[in-house]
Write a protein that binds this ligand. Structure first.
Ligand code: C5P
Length: 233
């Protein structure tokens, strides 16, 4: 699996709607491969969170994009699916993981100027020996040359259940019926927007995880990846 020295580090993209399992599966894959992990949703969540805290209107493209461009966002060394981030040196806790923060993230993420401001920041995560990138447009826009692109789906009921469990475990007060509505609304906005909508890349492998265990998905993706990397060697 040796790569020529000049080859950029390989990228595995995992896109899909909320609750499709990207975060959990992406982190497991990154751990198994010893690759870096980019949780791109956390970048949008951090920008949305900071905009809200600074009283900036989520529709004010110029001001939010300027905020996104000026904010250095890093992940704490151990970032679980519900962990926070460090924005301009400030630790922002798990509050960026609430559905309300997801809603703000989705609103600022619909602004093309914000997406442009975050593009290079996301590409900078492509470091040796490789990167697993999780989001909505990893395979279509951010890493179009990824060695393997996976688009994860699952039934809306299953996705809501997963999010519910995740948020409950973190101690958030959640209502399943309301969560279903919020997830549907967020996914609809993400899929309908003009700038980098939620959609599989033409060359993505679409995987419905509704009836698959996490271990099965990880195993399947690793097999696909090793096949691709083998073809490149
Ligand atoms: O993945 P997560 O639920 O944390 O993402 C929060 C929101 O950020 C999504 O609903 C979406 O609007 C936005 N997002 C995006 N592009 C990405 C990752 C997330 O637009 N690559």
């Amino acid at each position: 699996m040796a790569m020529p020295d000049s080859a950029p580090p390989p990228v595995l993209t995992l896109d899909g709607p909320s609750g499709s399992g990207k975060g959990t599966i992406g982190q497991l894959l990154a751990g198994r491969l010893g690759w870096h992990f980019l949780d791109s949703g956390a970048l949008y969540r951090a920008v949305g969170y900071l905009a809200r805290r600074h009283g900036i209107d989520a529709g004010d493209a110029e001001t939010v994009a300027d905020l996104a461009a000026r904010t250095d966002i890093r992940f704490a060394p151990q970032h679980g699916a519900l962990a926070g981030v460090i924005a301009n040196g400030e630790q922002i806790g798990p509050e960026i993981r609430t559905e309300e923060s997801g809603e703000w993230a989705s609103r600022v993420a619909a602004l093309p100027a914000v997406r442009r401001a975050l593009l290079q920041k996301q590409r900078d995560f492509r470091q040796s020996p490789g990167l697993v990138a999780d989001g909505r447009d990893m395979g279509t826009t951010v890493f179009p040359g990824a060695v393997l692109k996976i688009f994860l789906t699952a039934s809306p009921a299953m996705r809501a259940q997963r999010r519910y469990k995740q948020l409950k475990e973190k101690g958030f007060d959640v209502n399943l019926a309301r969560l279903v509505g919020e997830i549907e609304e967020r996914d609809a906005r993400d899929a309908a927007r003009e700038a980098s909508p939620l959609m599989p890349a033409d060359d993505a492998c679409v995987l419905d995880t509704s009836n698959m265990s996490i271990a099965e998905v990880v195993h399947h993706v690793l097999a696909l990846l090793h096949e691709r990397l083998g073809q490149q060697a």
